[in-house]
Design a protein around this ligand. Structure first.
Ligand code: HPA
Length: 231
């Protein structure tokens, strides 16, 4: 039990896969887990625990943005003794050649927000994923013939904006999303492991956007990559 998650510690696995959208959480749990059990529905932030190929795993909702990710990642790591969280999300691409459907494995998350200052008065704006977890994801992707783009991501506080700060390109960000920095920062502070696998859902140069049908098919590739990486 924690402030925002209404279940017992033993109902949450040590490894968590974390999409932003609660309906995607439900979809993954029902399609890929045996005996999925809904263990939290407070605020409709759905959390399921079940078996994936004999491994106990929890699929949990992060919600949108760093404030929401900050709450759930902190409580899962701190109150539920979770060891590893893999974010499974979407992002916009800053480059024409990084197309919709491409999968990005995040190396470092950059942010213009002051999340780290508010957390512990530091001024960190670039934070790494867990090396171990990324290594496992890369090995799994090679086995499964899944092509990955590996690089940095900008974690923004805004979905709608009109100004692109030059620091984003200076920090080699391939694209933009809204949660990864918070996850990596908290994992780093609590000595836990975190990774982020992002499917490009929109290209900010060509304006191409994935249709919902295509989105489902592509997300399946990222979902099985995340699940097979934790076995
Ligand atoms: N901006 C921010 N977050 C996102 C985007 C975007 O274009 N696409 C998916 N998540």
């Amino acid at each position: 039990m924690s402030v925002h998650i209404n279940t017992n510690v033993e109902n949450i696995a040590k490894t968590v896969i974390m999409p932003g959208d609660p309906l995607r959480v439900k979809y993954i749990a029902e399609k890929y887990l045996t005996n999925p059990v809904l263990v939290n529905k407070t605020r409709l932030s759905l959390i399921y625990t079940g078996l994936y190929k004999d491994k106990l795993v929890t699929i949990a909702t992060s919600g949108m943005g760093m404030p929401s990710m900050g709450i759930y990642a902190y409580e899962l790591f701190n109150d539920f003794k979770v060891e590893k969280i893999i974010r499974l999300g979407s992002c916009g691409s800053y480059y024409d050649e990084i197309r919709v459907r491409d999968i990005i494995l995040v190396e470092k998350a950059f942010t213009l927000s002051n999340f780290s200052y508010q957390y512990d008065k530091s001024n960190i704006d670039l934070v790494s994923s867990s090396k171990n977890l990324n290594k496992k994801i890369i090995e799994t992707a090679m086995k499964k013939n899944v092509e990955l783009r590996i690089g940095n991501i900008n974690t923004s506080d805004l979905f709608y904006n009109t100004y692109e700060n030059p620091k984003i390109k200076e920090n080699f960000c391939l694209g933009v999303e809204m949660e990864t920095f918070a996850l990596f920062y908290i994992a780093d502070k609590l000595n836990k492991e975190a990774a982020s696998i992002l499917t490009v859902s929109d290209n900010l140069v060509s304006k191409e956007i994935l249709s919902s049908e295509e989105r489902e098919k592509t997300f399946d590739e990222a979902i099985t990559l995340a699940l097979d990486s934790i076995l």
